[in-house]
Design a protein around this ligand. Structure first.
Ligand code: GAP
Length: 553
């Protein structure tokens, strides 16, 4: 089957998300709210599975990471210390005609003829505007279009019947000064802080101003000491958190990719500084090979960065976490061929970072960031020590020294990952209908570990009480172990199709053989259908739980 074009593919994915209940537009019946999304029944299960898988691999399967669940609104000084109040901004521009706001770096360069005006006077007499304005139109397009836009601009400034003043034209190339939608001049770029403000308490005063957290990380830094005191951990160790974050993005876009409310999964992994490692181990291990620009085919190729060693400095710990994270993505179905490892250039690094590797996913709308893994040095703990006046130092028994630990931070977005998994799972192929005729089918090939529903249970026919009774017994047998969907409505082929679209990896059908009607040897056996191959195997009901658990864990 021919590959659908990118935008067409995205349209199909968005439509499936709504039709099957993965993702809905927030507040849809009121026209929606840009940058906010709701997850329907299947989406809620998918997100839950992503978070549970991450939490399990980060904390429950490791000795050296513990969890935290902090509040969303925190003391406003935290955002001063972290630098968010002063630097967490994007450059934005406004359309001078419609006031629509754009991120300056998202305006595509355009070329054409610019029409400049020095002002306008009112043909009805009286008023005059001396505001300069200009409009960009494609070369060869009629000048009247530029004049129409300019007149609208002056009308919005109270000139009822504008006569345009001082018209002149100029050919311009690759400019980003005009609104690509209507040609109107934009304002000069200016910084726009992305934090969402609110007030704590009954009085809306400056003193009560607070922010919805723009990242979950800072709570981990400010609870570093408390967590250390209660968890009996020693550096190197980590604290992780999953939770909501909010950013007043100027242009939310690409479905849920850039939202204003989203969830993050962040780990702050505290390590010794290179100086302390040098003192303790006698030397600091260096990177075994050059920074890769693309992902290696297997993380085990470079075994030296898989087993932490006492002589590791920040560079090796950083590389270790990049590899751990890529392995994790593989374990939930995002193969290395779908990912790109991008080492940020010096000029791209955030103010706190010594090095950052972005793990990018090949979305249908472009290769974009899923997760950033930053080496943050001791920036955050030192800043909080300075702003709070409380010591963030750690006493290292082995080194017999007190110091502020350094940090490696793998930071991923739940919603972005859910979108990546949905895009990755979407597949169109051909399957036989009831009469054996091939028809096209949409199948969501989720890895069983993150699939919203693990198994669907079907009685072959709805109007045979013995089949229905047995199917319900099988459903109840499986339910304590995994998410099960019971469906008795419609032709069996159509029920399979519905589950293929939901991404359910296994289907169990209870038929007359199950009841022993075709001989005792098949009694209490069912067919187990594989979503991807559509192959059906006959298995004993008594073996179903262990067989399925093995495949979904
Ligand atoms: N503590 C570091 C930090 O927050 P970030 O690169 O700004 O770093 C980390 O965000 C991850 O959070 C991103 O890789 C992305 O997955 C997710 N994320 C950030 N902004 C987002 C947005 N507006 N919508 C959805 N996910 C977002």
């Amino acid at each position: 089957m021919a590959e659908p074009k990118t935008s067409e593919l995205m349209e199909k994915i968005v439509s499936l998300c709504k039709r099957r209940g993965f993702i809905f537009q927030s507040s849809e019946i009121y026209g929606g709210l840009n940058g906010f999304w709701d997850y329907g029944p299947l989406g809620a299960e998918l997100k839950r599975n992503i978070k549970e898988c991450w939490w399990r691999s980060m904390t429950q399967l490791r000795d050296d990471v513990v969890g935290l669940d902090a509040s969303i609104i925190m003391h406003p000084k935290i955002w001063e210390a972290s630098g968010h109040t002063s630097t967490f901004s994007d450059l934005m521009v406004d359309c001078l005609l419609t006031r629509k706001r754009f991120r300056a770096d998202q305006i595509e360069p355009q070329s054409g003829t610019a029409y400049f005006y020095t002002g306008a006077s009112d043909g009805n007499g009286g008023k005059e505007s001396k505001d300069a304005f200009s409009v960009l139109i494609a070369t060869g397009k009629h000048a009247e279009y530029a004049r129409k836009v300019a007149k609208q601009f002056y009308q919005a400034r109270g000139i009822e019947n504008p006569a345009l003043l001082g018209e002149r034209t100029e050919e311009v190339k690759d400019t980003t000064r005009y609104n690509p939608e209507n040609g109107s001049l934009l304002t000069e770029p200016r910084p726009f802080n992305l934090m969402l403000k609110t007030y704590v308490g009954p009085v809306e005063s400056e003193d009560n101003k607070s922010y919805l957290r723009p990242e979950t990380a800072q709570a981990i830094f400010v609870q570093f000491k408390n967590t250390l005191d209660v968890s009996r951990q020693r550096v190197p160790f980590g604290i992780c958190q999953i939770g909501k974050a909010f950013r007043n993005e100027i242009n939310p876009r690409n479905f849920t990719f850039r939202s204003r409310e989203f969830e993050q999964m962040e780990l702050e992994f505290f390590i010794r500084s290179d100086e302390v490692v040098q003192k303790l181990a006698g030397s600091v291990a260096s990177l075994p090979d050059a920074q890769p620009s693309t992902l290696r085919s297997s993380a085990t190729e470079d075994g030296s960065t898989l087993n932490p060693q006492p002589n590791w400095g920040w560079e090796l710990w950083h590389k270790y976490w990049v590899e751990q994270r890529v392995k994790w993505y593989e374990s939930i179905g995002l193969g290395r061929d779908t990912l790109v490892e991008y080492w940020q250039k010096k000029e791209e690094l955030a103010h706190y970072a010594k090095a950052t590797v972005d793990i990018l996913f090949k979305f249908p709308f472009g290769t974009q960031e899923l997760e950033g893994i930053a080496a943050r040095g001791d920036f955050d703990l030192t800043q909080h020590q300075k702003f709070s006046g409380k010591s963030m130092e750690y006493f290292d028994e082995e080194a017999k020294a007190k110091y502020v630990p350094h940090v490696i931070e793998p930071s991923a977005g739940v919603d972005r990952l859910a979108l990546a998994l949905i895009c990755n799972a979407y597949c169109e192929d051909q399957a036989p209908d009831e009469k054996g005729k091939l028809e096209s089918r949409v199948v969501m090939k989720f890895h069983p570990r993150i699939a919203p529903i693990k198994v669907a249970v079907f009685p072959l026919l709805k109007n045979k009480p013995d089949l229905v009774k047995k199917a319900k017994a099988v459903r109840d047998l499986l339910r304590p172990h995994m998410s099960v969907f019971y469906d008795e409505a419609g032709a069996i082929g159509r029920r399979y199709r519905r589950q293929d679209e939901a991404g359910t990896p296994f289907g169990v059908t209870i038929d007359f053989e199950t009841l022993g009607e075709q001989g005792p040897e098949l009694q209490d056996t069912v067919t187990l259908r594989d979503r991807d191959t559509m192959k059906q195997d006959r298995v004993k009901i008594s073996e179903l739980v262990s067989m399925l658990l093995e495949r979904i864990r």
